[in-house]
Every structure is written in C-alpha cells, then in structure tokens.
Design a protein around this ligand. Structure first.
Ligand SMILES: Cc1ncc(COP(=O)(O)O)c(C=O)c1O
Length: 387
C-alpha cells in the first residue's frame, strides 16, 4: 500500500460520524466545506457577472476533488504551476470519470526538450495551453509537437513587473509570437500577465494604482501584437488580491485566482475588509495541546513541519485578539494563555495558516468537515509535484 493511501485511511471509520472532527489525528489540515463552497460560488459569481472566464489556479489546493468543484461551478478550466502538478490532477480527474477534456494552462515556462515531450504527452489527455517567454522555448515545443498528434496552444508570458518569468516589453513579445506563427504545429492563443508582486499590497488604492500600472504594460504588448496581425484572444492573469480591480480595468478576459478557495493569514492582513478580502478562511490546521505545565502558555503538536513559515505565524482561531502562536521547534508550537481562556491538556486548537499554498503541499490529505462531521478524506493529489 502506498504511503498516501495509508495516510488517507488512517481513520476511515470517522467519516460521517457525529463529532468525528475530534477524532482526526493531529496536526491535520481541515477544510470547512460550507466555507469552501461559499468561496467557490463567490468567485464564480464575480467572474460570471463580469462576463469573463475563471480558470482557478490549482497550485493553491493541488486537489483533483477541489478542481472538480470549481469546474462544476462554471470554471472554464484550471491553471497549474508545474507539469507534474497538471499531470497528476488531469489524470486523477480522468480516473474519477470527469466527463470532459479539461482546459489546462501551464503558467510557468518549460526549458528542456524532455519537458516539451512531456507537455505533448499531456496534451493528448487534456486541452493544454503552455506559456512561453523565449523563442527557444517555442522551438523546443515545436520539435516535440512535430512527432505528436496532440494539439498544443501557446501563450506569451508577459512580465508585468514581477520579473520572475515573462518577456520584457513588446519587441521581445513579438519575437516569441512571430516564432510561434512560423510553426504550423503550434497555435498562438494569447497572453499571460500575472502580477504576483501586486497581490498582497495593503491598502486598496495603492494596490489599485500598482495594478493599473502593470496592466498598462500588458496592454502595450497586446496592442503591439495585434498591430502586427496576431489575434490575442486569451488574456489571462490576476490573483485573489487584485481580482475585482482586474475586472474593473477590463484588460484580462480570464482570471487565474488561486488562494480564494482557502484564504490565509497573509491575505487577511493585506486585504482586510476590501472587496477582494471577502473570502472566508476555509482552511485550518487542527492541533492538540500536548503539554500544559506553565501558567502563561501551552504546547501544541504543530510546529515548523506543520506549515509554511515564510509568512510568519498562524492565527489561533477564536482567540485571535488574546492568544498568539509562536514556533516552538520542528514538531511543536507555543500558544499563549489569556486570563479569559487558559488552554488545557488535550484541547483541540485550530490555526489559520500563514500561507496556504505551501502549507497544503505538506500534507497527504485534506479532511473535509461540515459542522464537526468529517464528510470526506480528500487526497492532495499533486502533493510534492513541483517538477
Ligand atoms: C501564475 C500565477 N497565477 C495565479 C496565481 C494565483 O494567485 P492567488 O493565489 O494570489 O490567487 C498564482 C499564485 O502564486 C500564480 O503564480
């Protein structure tokens, strides 16, 4: 039996039982189904009423089950960060009997002949769109496409200020898109402009101004491509922190938001009550107080290994204003007691993760919970799939 399957079946008998949430071995990643469904519906309604497509980024949840909930709620497809992430989720959806080919966008460029060959193999199993930001990347994919019957569409990845990937400026974009047009085996589908540096800017006006400036960079590229005869039909980008602003600016016709399904402490700090911050914290880390021998604090069983730590400490659910969490080593955390609420040995304490995406990647399964009842134990399908 594989490691993943063993973990999913640790407590199969708790599913559906009253109060079963209390029997989940901790630390564990829990997802409140009411809140998850509300978040999925809210983002779907936002994009539908704006008349644009929603292509949720699967890097946040890495789960075929959640991807399917998003598709069933009207998403035009999904975005994936890495080839192996896309391979795992596409194949699981097929195994689960999802009735359509999934439109799948790979949002990071590839950079080897081996990766190009894998992309073409994947393109046989879904409608695949891949971003490119260099003519050599186009050639690699064209060579792989020449030996395959699968169809592949390419998007030009445009650097809108993040500087992580993407062509810089209209001339570089033209050289990439002209190269795509030289290959009859490839189709040019449009552009991606993802402003990761914008998403957590605190203060709506500041975030809006910075997003408007980045979007102008994307528009300049689109104008240049179109004036050279390249139809730019797909214009994809955006994240949870800029979603409503992207809609107002009206350049993107597809949003690739990811974190809205779960939200996290980092987003809560940045967005507050802004329209982009209206999604609920559906994801928590369940922990247990394992030692309570001090007046001021207790020790819980979730430490550095239980969550990504790049964004600081988690919040203590229900005690946000009175108790704080501190990392207490690899395996443990400290939670301060307050006069109003001293925690006791054996108590269960829920934490809001500081940063959802890399936290999810640390767990094999997600426990879907509704009103203290475990409804489903869901595989994190693409856990560790970063290749
Ligand atoms: C290329 C790309 N698109 C979309 C997203 C989704 O952004 P968010 O999780 O902030 O909604 C990300 C997240 O890192 C990303 O890298």
């Amino acid at each position: 039996m594989s490691r993943r399957r063993a973990s999913a079946n640790q407590q199969p008998d708790v599913v559906g039982q009253v109060d079963s949430v209390r029997h989940i071995p901790t630390p564990a990643l829990l997802c409140d189904l009411d809140l998850l469904e509300g978040n999925i519906a809210r983002m779907a309604a936002l994009t539908t009423s704006a008349g644009i497509g929603l292509r949720p980024h699967a890097k946040s949840h890495k789960s075929a089950t959640i991807a399917r909930l998003q598709l069933d709620a009207g998403a035009v497809g999904m975005a994936c960060a890495k080839l192996s992430e896309a391979e795992a989720i596409v194949d699981q959806l097929r195994t689960d009997g999802y009735p359509r080919r999934v439109s799948t966008l790979l949002t990071s460029p590839l950079a080897s002949a081996d990766a190009a060959a894998r992309a073409l193999a994947l393109a046989a199993r879904c409608d695949l769109f891949v971003v490119v930001d260099h003519p050599d990347g186009v050639d690699e994919l064209a060579r792989a496409a020449s030996t395959s019957d699968a169809r592949l569409s390419l998007l030009c990845d445009v650097d809108v200020g993040l500087s992580r990937t993407g062509v810089v400026g209209p001339d570089a974009a033209l050289s990439v898109v002209d190269r795509i047009a030289e290959h009859s085996t490839l189709t040019f589908a449009g552009v991606q402009g993802y402003g990761g540096h914008l998403q957590h800017i605190a203060g709506r006006e500041q975030r809006r101004a910075a997003t408007a400036a980045s979007t102008r960079q994307l528009e300049t590229v689109i104008d240049a491509l179109e004036s050279h005869g390249h139809a730019v039909s797909m214009r994809t980008g955006g994240g949870t922190g800029t979603a409503n602003i992207d809609i107002d600016l009206g350049v993107l016709n597809e949003l690739q938001t990811g974190s809205y399904v779960f939200m996290d402490r980092e987003y809560r700090d940045a967005l507050g009550d802004d329209p982009e911050g209206q999604y609920r914290h559906s994801l928590t880390i369940a922990t247990t107080v394992i030692s309570a021998n001090h007046e001021d604090f207790v020790t819980v069983d979730a430490g550095l290994k239980a969550m990504a730590t790049d964004a600081g400490a988690p919040l203590v659910v229900g005690h946000e204003a009175t108790s704080t969490y501190h990392f207490f080593g690899d395996e443990q955390g400290m939670i301060t007691n307050s006069e109003a609420h001293p925690f006791r040995r054996g108590d269960r304490v829920a934490l809001i993760p500081p940063h959802c995406d890399p936290t999810v990647d640390r767990y094999d399964v997600l426990w879907f919970v509704r009103h203290d009842v475990v409804e489903q134990v869901v595989q994190i399908t693409a856990r560790g799939c970063s290749q």
